[in-house]
Design a protein around this ligand. Structure first.
Ligand code: SF4
Ligand code: SF4
Length: 459
């Protein structure tokens, strides 16, 4: 693994750590698709009343992970395509989960640990867990080599552990204890924020005496917090059938709620930032919360692009999407800037940060860039500047892989170790030609995996 990038990302619009509790919605618009999940198997009927925490749908390709009703309400299935709408919302306390019916699904040899793990799946806490190398949902009944828990999120505009943990440090440490009870001997690595911060001091104090928690300090710049980067730094390379589990602060809080109270976590704290947000902040909301209610009165005027997640790895929110997805942990809002800039090639660029130091801004002191969707002009062919290779934490050669993909040679791309790409998006960020290298590599990894799977089935 090459050294963590020298590129420092300084952007306007970072969300403050304070949390705004959004008012109760009148309706919820819950998308059936999110980044990792497709909740295709709908388990409720039109006009049926549901209780909070009740299963609305499942993703049968992902260990039947459930989509839970965040509030009591009446189901409307056909009102908006690819959404379950909950109307006539009322706020009620969730009933504690009763697992007896589900015991048949649990591997018998796992005993009480299997029961706890199934509970995490049933109460929605498992959806916050990742395979550190692939970012997929790991098997809840599998055996990890190690577990990474991170309170740090360095990608611009993403939700901060410090905001999510306010007044909940005791819940967090109890959640860590629950997590340990699911394991045999595997270590839990706790990724700590800046060692000198007050938050870091409180965290260290809260885990004093927990010999099974191993504090880890990471490079303080993005993508030092990427799970695959951390796993490799700890000496855990990718191994089939032997994953490293990875999760962030809110996973531990959800585990605590599931195993202490037997209740789902239906409310989330997400980030809401970007240069077009008047007051970037964290929001207390729930899946399905209407996007228009979040955005109303809170944006600068002008056309915007909404991104589900951080600016480097998030996905654009389509016009058809009406509410927050079950996985959304942040919204980023950029100015939509599609017009071609008049004589942009002779603009000195005093307001543009560039990894290549080709703008006048190189002579300015540190400043925060006001990012928009066309800051580096329009898409161009690769100019072989090599910036992508310099910033890549995986030590691969993005421009060569890009060119090879262009000629359709998937086998050669495999030889170039596209599998090592951790999807951080730094290459796309610094690329002066605005090539979506990250998007290309994520797709190439999926294509290769599909081909390997097909070969396995055939043999
Ligand atoms: S997204 Fe780009 S910079 Fe990040 S690991 Fe992949 S190739 Fe390297
Ligand atoms: S940063 Fe972009 S233009 Fe430069 S070598 Fe990489 S792909 Fe090509």
């Amino acid at each position: 693994m090459s050294q963590i990038t020298k590129c420092e990302i300084q952007l306007e619009g970072k969300p403050a750590d304070s949390v705004l509790e959004m008012p109760e919605p009148r309706k919820l618009f819950i998308p059936l698709e999110s980044v990792r999940f497709s909740f295709d198997s709908v388990e409720v009927e039109e006009n049926r009343s549901v209780q909070p925490g009740q299963v609305l749908a499942r993703d049968l390709n992902n260990f039947s992970v459930p989509l839970l009703a965040p509030r009591a309400g009446k189901v409307k299935l056909g009102e908006i395509k690819n959404h379950i709408v909950l109307d006539e919302i009322t706020q009620q306390e969730e009933e504690p989960y009763d697992h007896r019916e589900d015991e048949a699904h649990i591997p018998q040899e796992m005993g009480s640990v299997g029961l706890k793990r199934y509970k995490l799946l049933a109460l929605g806490a498992w959806q916050f867990v990742y395979d550190a190398h692939s970012s997929k949902l790991p098997d809840p009944f599998g055996t990890p080599r190690a577990v990474i828990v991170s309170t740090v999120n360095l990608e611009p505009y993403t939700a901060q552990g410090e905001a999510q943990l306010q007044k909940r440090l005791a819940d967090f440490t109890r959640g860590l204890e629950h997590l340990q009870s699911l394991l045999e001997y595997q270590p839990i690595y706790l990724v700590m924020p800046d060692i000198n911060s007050e938050f870091s001091r409180q965290l260290r104090e809260s885990i004093r005496g927990y010999a099974w928690v191993k504090p880890v300090q990471i490079a303080p710049k993005y993508p030092g917090d990427n799970f695959a980067v951390i796993a490799r730094k700890l000496g855990f390379n990718k191994e089939k059938d032997s994953p490293v589990w990875a999760m962030r602060t809110e996973a531990i809080l959800a585990i605590d709620r599931a195993l202490t109270l037997s209740k789902p976590s239906t409310v989330r704290i997400i980030s809401f930032g970007g240069p077009m947000v008047k007051e970037p902040i964290h929001l207390k909301v729930m899946p399905g919360y209407p996007l228009k209610d979040i955005l109303a009165e809170r944006l600068e005027s002008g056309p915007v692009r909404i991104i589900d997640g951080g600016v480097l790895t998030g996905a654009m929110v389509s016009e058809q999407q009406k509410g927050l997805t079950a996985e959304c942990n942040g919204l980023t809002v950029l100015q939509e800037h599609s017009e071609r800039e008049f004589l942009s090639f002779i603009r000195p660029g005093s307001d543009r940060q560039s990894y290549g130091k080709c703008f006048l801004s190189s002579f300015r002191g540190a400043f925060k860039e006001r990012l928009n969707t066309a800051l580096r002009g329009e898409l161009r062919p690769c100019v072989a500047c090599g910036f992508c290779e310099e910033v890549c934490p995986a030590g691969i050669m993005p421009y060569l892989i890009h060119k090879t993909l262009y000629s359709g040679e998937l086998e050669d791309v495999e030889q170039m170790r596209v599998d090592l790409c951790v999807g951080c998006g730094m290459c796309s960020f610094v690329c002066p030609s605005k090539i979506d290298l990250r998007g290309e590599f994520v797709k190439a990894q999926e294509d290769i995996e599909r081909e390997l799977h097909a070969e396995e089935v055939q043999s």
